[in-house]
Each structure stands twice: as C-alpha cells, then as structure tokens.
Write a protein that binds this ligand. Sequence first.
Ligand code: RP5
Length: 170
Amino acid sequence: MAKKKPTVAIVMGSKTDWPVMEYTRNTLKEFGIESTVKVMSAHRTPHEACEFAEGAQKNGYKVIIGAAGGAAHLCGVLAAHTILPVVGVPVKGWSLDGMDSLLSTVQMPKGIPVATVAIGKAGAINAAILAVQIMAVGDAVLRRKLVSFKKNMTKDVLKADAELQKELDA
Ligand code: RP5
C-alpha cells in the first residue's frame, strides 16, 4: 500500500533537537499521521527555512511544528512565511534551562502567532496533539481518535489511583 502523504512538517533548528522531537513524530504516528522531519535553521540556513515555509501549504502540509533552542527565532521565521498554523516547541539549550527558548518562541509580536507549548518532552508531545486537534476540526476520523485518546488517559489515571489505594491499604 502506498505511504500516506505527510500532513505535518516538523522543522528543527538542529539535529541535536531530534531526541526531543522524536516524541512529536511518534505521537503523530499514534494518530495515523505521517510527518516530514527537516533540520533547518533560521540563522544557518535562512533561505531554505523561508522557502520551505513558503511552499508548505502547496506541498500538502496542514500544520508546521517548529523546534529550536537558545534564541529560538525559527518558529517565528517559519510563521512569517506561511498562513499555516505554526506550533512552537522550545528546546532546552545549553544554558538558562530552556527559559531563553520559551520566551523567544512565545513572545511573538502581534500579527504572527506561534502556538507555543511547554519546554522539552511534554511540549513535543503536546505539539503533536495540538496539531491533531487543529486538523480534527475538519476530520471526523481524527475527532473520534482524539476522544478515545482522552478516554484512555482517564482510564490510565483511574487505574494508577486504584493501584495506589491498594498499596496504601496493604
Ligand atoms: C538551535 O540551537 C537549535 O534548535 C538547537 O536547539 C540549538 C543548538 O544547536 P546545535 O549547536 O546543537 O546545533 O539553533
């Protein structure tokens, strides 16, 4: 069977962001969504990054997920060159515990939003779920998958609570 066309683009500022952004790709896979993963930097490959964002919609992408650390301007640059929704994952860099990445991703001046999620792994997973939620607006199959994803989370927490209560009562 032919592989489904990717509808989400994951763009990272460096290959060193991959251990975090692998969670995004894997979470998207859980929903049956294929993604393209690219390393592109706003300052080291500025032309490639802009070109990619400019062509993203025409190339079938519905959401772009960007990830960068440090002075993390990549997501803002991507958002400047497309009307697709851009979700930004701040990656913990070499100092400041990721606060630099968080603030530079989230503090977009008015007009060019970047939907910024949490720093690191939680953000990487949430970026994927947010992308699914965005696409689910026009897709009943994805909506059903989101409902069962949430039900499973509820079940897991209730199960963990029941186990804890047993341990405490023992
Ligand atoms: C950013 O700088 C990247 O997104 C990465 O998080 C950070 C460090 O990049 P490397 O020096 O590891 O390539 O551009």
